[in-house]
Design a protein around this ligand. Structure first.
Ligand SMILES: Nc1ncnc2c1ncn2[C@@H]1O[C@H](COP(=O)(O)OP(=O)(O)O)[C@@H](O)[C@H]1O
Ligand code: SF4
Ligand SMILES: [Mg+2]
Length: 336
């Protein structure tokens, strides 16, 4: 039976990116904001992978940081295992919840302390969450974790810079697993790696998911990377979800024009005969997004309504043309 572990409801986050006060006064400028995440809702089932895909600046990392509590939402709420994360948790309850989730970042070199031995890096969550654990048990556990991610217990005495990019990401994964979490947010964990190394890390993450029943939110700018990794995929465009669906359905029958554009742009490795096209147009500045559907300047189906009215996510797709039944590839939606 599927069970919702993470429930993200109407999540928004804006950033104040105004010039300093004096500049604004002298130049007569108003405050400026970026709506990095705008009314995003999705759910993640226990033991599954939910992939968030979008171009650079679409709000992926902001959502990741909101989920793990590194940022506070401007609006909306996040529930984890039925508990609201947005209502400042405290004390023992917060600690119990905190140890259940972890985050893995794109650049392991930046997220691993360069002056620490690998053993101390991996042991850090144990010092925080397993306060009763003795030094000897901690060393043993670190050795176990290193083996689990395909490294050797002897690697513990080295420093991060003595490893390759792929090995460093294995160290980051070992650290993430140390306190036995059940939920991991992975923010472009393989984007900095060569393609062959990428595949090894993805396979490792899949194996660990099966072994420990982990739930992932997996972030990538590349749809193909998440194809075999994700159960559900959410496509982000300028801070909003354009489309959400089960991975095979999204690939076989993409409905949002932007999803179709992304899929048309990738090399056709499965030889489906689909024409390869380049992604047309530039992603607009998040500082000054187009009104209505923010995708309208790039969309072949845009009409007058699209230029003024924001499409809502209905049955997994936020598009007026699909809703109106005038997208040639999408059948008329079944009335609810
Ligand atoms: N701390 C911040 N202050 C101001 N703007 C930010 C901050 N973090 C992110 N942004 C802006 O929010 C938008 C989304 O950024 P981000 O979540 O990093 O996107 P992605 O990870 O998809 O590339 C971008 O326009 C970015 O410039
Ligand atoms: S709402 Fe309009 S502009 Fe936006 S994707 Fe759909 S058809 Fe294109
Ligand atoms: Mg990012």
């Amino acid at each position: 039976m599927t069970e919702v572990l993470l429930d993200v409801r109407n999540l928004s986050r804006r950033f104040d990116v105004s010039k300093p006060w004096l500049n604004r006064k002298l130049e007569g400028l108003p405050k400026t904001y970026v709506n990095a995440v705008d009314d995003v809702s999705f759910t993640v089932n226990r033991g599954e992978t939910f992939a968030l895909v979008g171009e650079s600046g679409s709000g992926k990392s902001t959502i990741a940081r909101l989920i793990v509590g590194l940022l506070r939402p401007t609006a909306g709420e996040i529930f984890f295992d039925g508990q609201s994360l947005s209502r400042g948790l405290e004390g023992a309850q917060a600690r119990r919840l905190r140890r259940r989730f972890q985050m893995i970042f794109q650049d392991p070199l930046a997220s691993l302390n360069p002056r620490w031995h690998v053993t101390d890096i991996i042991a850090e969550p144990l010092r925080v969450f397993e306060r009763g654990m003795g030094e000897r048990d901690r060393r043993l556990r670190v050795g176990e974790l290193l083996t689990l991610v395909g490294l050797s217990p002897e690697d513990g005495v080295k420093f991060p810079h003595q490893f390759s990019g792929g090995q460093r990401q294995r160290i980051a994964i070992a650290r993430a697993l140390a306190a036995r979490p059940d939920f991991i947010v992975c923010d472009e964990p393989t984007s900095a790696l060569d393609v062959s190394v990428q595949a090894q890390i993805l396979n490792l993450m899949k194996d660990l998911q099966r072994e420990f029943g982990l739930t992932y939110v997996f972030i990538s700018h590349n749809l193909q990377v998440v194809r075999h990794m994700a159960d559900q995929i959410g496509v982000l465009y300028l801070g909003r979800l354009a489309e959400v669906n089960a991975a095979p359905v999204l690939f076989d029958r993409p409905r949002h024009p932007y999803t179709r554009m992304l899929l048309d742009a990738v090399p056709d490795i499965d030889m489906t005969g689909r024409q390869r096209k380049r992604v047309e147009g530039e992603i607009p500045s998040p500082l000054n997004p187009p009104p209505g559907c923010t995708f309208h300047p790039r969309c072949p189906l845009a009409d007058a309504r699209c230029r003024v009215e924001v499409p809502r996510l209905i049955t997994g797709v936020a598009c007026h043309a699909v809703e109106e039944g005038r997208a040639p590839w999408a059948p008329m939606p079944v009335p609810a």
